[in-house]
Design a binder for this molecule. Structure first.
Ligand SMILES: [Zn+2]
Ligand SMILES: [Zn+2]
Length: 138
């Protein structure tokens, strides 16, 4: 597999490390209130992978269920948010782009939950914008 298709990442303290194989299945801005509260930032970018592409060579993240079926893994030492899973999107995990070592390589391709975007947050692009989810749930 070409080297550029192996990605690594870590939490702020480094206790949780990521090894990601292959290309992501999606890269999406998420403007939802839950991501805002979880991360403390005005918007997040979620990088989606199949669970089979993901390994944790050091510690596994802890888990926090933020609403039924929604899990938000985090580092138990430093509190960094790692990402997000949705039981309706089984077998996938979505990482916050900031935990990856080269976030500049993960340019988003759309905006999800645009209806919840902060009115003062203006991102000047021509990407598709979805008022709700960008990927339909079962
Ligand atoms: Zn940590
Ligand atoms: Zn969100």
């Amino acid at each position: 597999m070409p080297e550029q298709h192996q990605h690594i990442g870590r939490c702020l303290c480094g206790a949780v490390e990521l090894r990601l194989s292959g290309l992501p299945i999606s890269i999406t801005y998420c403007h939802c209130e839950s991501c805002r509260r979880a991360t403390g930032g005005p918007v997040t970018v979620l990088v989606g992978y199949e669970l089979a592409q993901v390994a944790y060579p050091a510690e596994e993240p802890r888990h926090f269920q933020s609403s039924p079926g929604i899990d938000r893994p985090f580092c138990r030492h430093c509190g960094s948010r790692i990402g997000y899973t949705d039981a309706r999107l089984a077998g996938r995990i979505y990482f916050h782009v900031g935990v990856l070592d080269h976030p500049e390589r993960f340019a988003p391709t759309c905006h999800a939950l645009e209806a919840e975007r902060l009115s003062w947050l203006h991102i000047d692009d021509t990407l598709p914008r979805f008022d709700g989810f960008s990927v339909s749930r079962d």
